[in-house]
Design a protein around this ligand. Structure first.
Ligand code: PLP
Length: 400
């Protein structure tokens, strides 16, 4: 007997499960190398060498009971200080270790901050297209997700749409830049204007609206594009960061929250969030990974961005040559392609008949588009091109 709250989650899980099963079914028939699975955001670029080096060094050099022990729910102090310093160096911020709370990845960071601030019935705004789990996380704390429809011209957020949806019940707005699934980086102008709107609405309602910046893709930006640091635009910001993509460590579950001093009630929120970390069952972020992250920062470790960039260019150019329409992503590792027919689920199922596994945009509250995750091998992209061309031909996008 599962709970009432759990039942819709089980039912909604089916899209992902169907895709997973479909991948296995196709691989059994055609061979894994002839199935082009672009459905998952699981990095294929290996973790940088510094990760392995750090693990070995830590096991050699640091006391086992220390490395594997409990620590403060917020994480190791020296790790938090190192992260704060690195942010300050890169983004001219002014954080200390006390502003950093280590979490079990961004998923956990989002849950921690939502648990900390949300009362039942309060509203959290997400801007479509958005990471589908936001709705589940908000529901965990009996909040209500309010969705701003997508701006399909350039996929910068529709700020008028945002403004009109802010009410006295709005507790938070979640943004994600670089964005999953569009690859768009929210511009300086967008963030400036968004901050003005939020400040104005805070005054109008005499409330606090927390801007939650979910940024697991911060380091994945191409062509020298800058990803603005959101705390510099709006004081009531909480940053939710993850090393899942920036160090290719998604299974290790490590990230952090930045809770700046400028945030209203910062100390109370920080203390409550540390307790939320505990009562949600994580207790603290994985200790070995905290120590690894510290050493990786000190050594300047980064993931091989050039590999994703190469994939991005090959796939974007290839799809354009086939007649598909999409904006050129500036960050993350996704392409968001316009479906040649209104019903993008039909397009996805036709794609799967060419062994191409794509995710329907309706999974991101943006029907009519499909997401292609290019965190796959370059060879897979090369091999998949004839399949994309054949698919395009079926829709008359490209000649014989
Ligand atoms: N937020 C976004 C936008 C994501 O795309 C993901 C994972 O793909 C997450 C959060 C969760 O990441 P993590 O592995 O850090 O929990």
């Amino acid at each position: 007997m599962i709970s009432e709250k759990m039942r819709p989650l089980v039912d909604n899980n089916s899209v992902i499960r169907v895709m997973f099963e479909e991948g296995k079914r196709l691989a059994a028939i055609y061979g894994a190398e002839n199935v082009y699975d672009f459905s998952l955001g699981n990095p294929n670029v290996p973790a940088p060498d510094e990760v392995k080096e750090a693990i070995l060094e830590i096991l050699d050099e640091e006391e086992s009971t220390f490395v594997h022990g409990y620590m403060s729910n917020a994480g190791y102090e020296d790790v938090r200080k190192t992260i704060a310093q690195s942010l300050n160096d890169r983004f001219q911020t002014n954080f200390g270790g006390d502003n950093i709370l280590m979490t079990v990845g961004a998923a956990s960071g989002l849950n921690v901050i939502l648990k900390t601030i949300l009362n039942p019935g309060e509203e959290v705004i997400a801007i479509a297209p958005y990471f589908v789990e936001y709705g589940n996380y908000v529901a965990n704390y009996d909040g209500r997700l309010v969705v701003v429809p997508p701006n399909t011209v350039d996929f910068q957020p529709d700020l008028e749409g945002l403004e009109s949806r802010i009410t006295a019940k709005t507790k938070a707005v979640i943004i994600n830049t670089p964005n999953n699934p569009t690859g768009v980086v929210y511009s300086d102008a967008t963030l400036r204007r968004m901050a003005e709107i939020l400040k104005k609405k805070e005054q109008e309602f005499g409330s606090m609206i927390v801007l939650i910046s979910d940024e697991p893709y911060r380091e994945l930006a191409y062509d020298g594009v800058e990803v603005p640091y959101v705390t510099k635009y709006y004081r009531d910001t909480v940053v939710c960061y993850s090393y899942s993509k920036s160090l290719s460590l998604p299974g290790e579950r490590i990230g952090y929250l930045v809770i700046p001093d400028e945030l209203s009630g910062s100390r109370e929120i920080f203390t409550a969030a540390s307790i939320a970390n505990r009562v949600l069952g994580s207790v603290n972020a994985p200790s070995l990974m905290q120590r690894v992250v510290k050493r990786c920062i000190e050594k300047g470790a980064t993931v091989n961005l050039a590999a994703y960039d190469r994939n991005r260019n090959r796939l974007y150019d290839g799809l354009k040559e086939c007649g598909f329409s999409c904006i050129r992503p500036e960050g993350a590792f996704y392409l968001f392609v316009k479906s040649p027919v209104e019903d993008e689920k039909e397009f996805c199922s036709r794609a799967s008949s060419h062994n191409l596994l794509l995710v329907p945009g309706s999974s991101f509250a943006c029907p009519g588009y499909v997401r292609i995750a290019y965190c796959v091998s370059y060879e897979q992209i090369e091999r998949s091109m004839p399949a994309f061309r054949a698919l395009a031909r079926e829709y008359g996008l490209v000649g014989e």
